[in-house]
Design a protein around this ligand. Sequence first.
Ligand SMILES: Cc1cc2nc3c(=O)[nH]c(=O)nc-3n(C[C@H](O)[C@H](O)[C@H](O)COP(=O)(O)OP(=O)(O)OC[C@H]3O[C@@H](n4cnc5c(N)ncnc54)[C@H](O)[C@@H]3O)c2cc1C
Length: 462
Amino acid sequence: MSKIVITGGGLVGSLLALSLKRCGFSVSLFEKRSDPRLASAQEGRSINLIITSRGLNALQKVGLAADALKLAVPVYGRMMHSITGELTYQAYGRPDECNYSISRAELNCFLLDRAQKAGVELHFSKTTESVDFDKRELVFSDGQRLNYDFLFATEGTGSRVREELCRVRPDIKSSIDFLSAGYKELTMPLLSDGSAALQKEALHIWPRGQHMLMALPNRDGSFTMTLYLPHKGGELSFDSIQTANEARDYFTRFYPDALELMPNAIDEYTKNMEGKLGTVRLSQWLAFDSVCLLGDASHGIVPFFGQGMNSGFEDVAAILDRLDQHHTDPTHAKLIAVLAPLVRERKVDTDAIADMAIENFTEMSEKVGDQDFLLRKKVESKLEEHFPHDYRSRYGMITYTLIPYHHAYELGLLQNKLLDELCNSLDSVEKLDLEQAKQAIERWVTPYKTRHQLCFKRFTIS
Ligand SMILES: Cc1cc2nc3c(=O)[nH]c(=O)nc-3n(C[C@H](O)[C@H](O)[C@H](O)COP(=O)(O)OP(=O)(O)OC[C@H]3O[C@@H](n4cnc5c(N)ncnc54)[C@H](O)[C@@H]3O)c2cc1C
């Protein structure tokens, strides 16, 4: 039996470990941090994540979707907060469709727990320092050396294994393109009477052009807030807003309604770390027939489509699908046979979601408050309602179906042309001519959908 070593016990590493163990491999996982299940809450990252069809599909394959959802809060749409405090609500999809907000730390602990129960060996406070790919030997920062038959690296954006791989194999190219914007986490606690300060079933956005504030609900009704702001340049950047007075002026000017509900905002702003947002590209994910990089380590993306973890989990789902098809013993040869074509296909899809995630930053920070944009969204909702088998927005395809990302990308481009045509001289969604819309769908969408045998059916947990 192949001895699989996984370095990086974050979201993707822990799910991968559990999945490979269930397939019969012997799996050991090595994580840099101490065991997050034992650490105090302050040590973990408090970010909330949106989990959608692709992440849930992977969890379902190992029988964990229903239990994971017990940790989550359903979120049905976006609530936009204008600078003067007006609220505009936009449903994500159909009335029975929602995303789920889940705590990264809780989900990670849940997956580590399940991996351990399934028989994965967990090792914490073990930082991968270097790799001898010829000897198949991993060296940790404490000097320990460890041989592996197969190494999966899921160490996130700053992967050490990726660095080592690109150093010894200059033909393998990697890059990280950082956005000029970064982020800080803040909190919105419960009100003094114990109730939630904002509507709990929505993702809240305060779009302000080059910067924005976002709120995702926690199970207890408090919110985890993320402020996105350029790192440097101009008067609106983390660099130019540093002191408590500067932060107070900034929040009072741009987020007065939120500030009233965030008693610790200024203190948190001055104390909390500024995070970077980058897109990782790696030309080849599998090397030496014994090393494979997955999750953010090979395809980290910016968070504006809420798909980083979802796409990493989809890597794992794809491996499980293919391993299941083989129905033989878990051997090294079988793993390579599965991974070689799989990583090439996945790269096409993850390149597509990387581009869409960058585009979505503009949509969330600038367009969500724009009247033309809102009209297009209403037209899309009406098309989805009237032609459920023939029209699905790009957002809907990515979030609620399992249609490969690259198809959603390409179909989205065609749908943009369709929407240009329909919205050209439209000033209200009530005036949309459904017969004209039907013909436009048949012209722009149906040929692509038929050629690639795509189905707009929503993913559901069974
Ligand atoms: C602000 C923000 C919001 C986001 N929102 C969403 C969202 O709504 N939905 C979504 O799907 N995604 C979201 N993401 C993306 C998501 O967080 C990542 O895609 C996901 O965490 C990737 O999982 P991973 O396991 O590949 O990497 P990570 O979660 O980064 O885990 C990597 C692990 O490897 C460990 N490690 C690192 N180096 C070493 C080493 N040398 N040796 C051993 N261990 C090591 C780390 O300690 C860590 O535990 C968001 C990201 C950010 C920054």
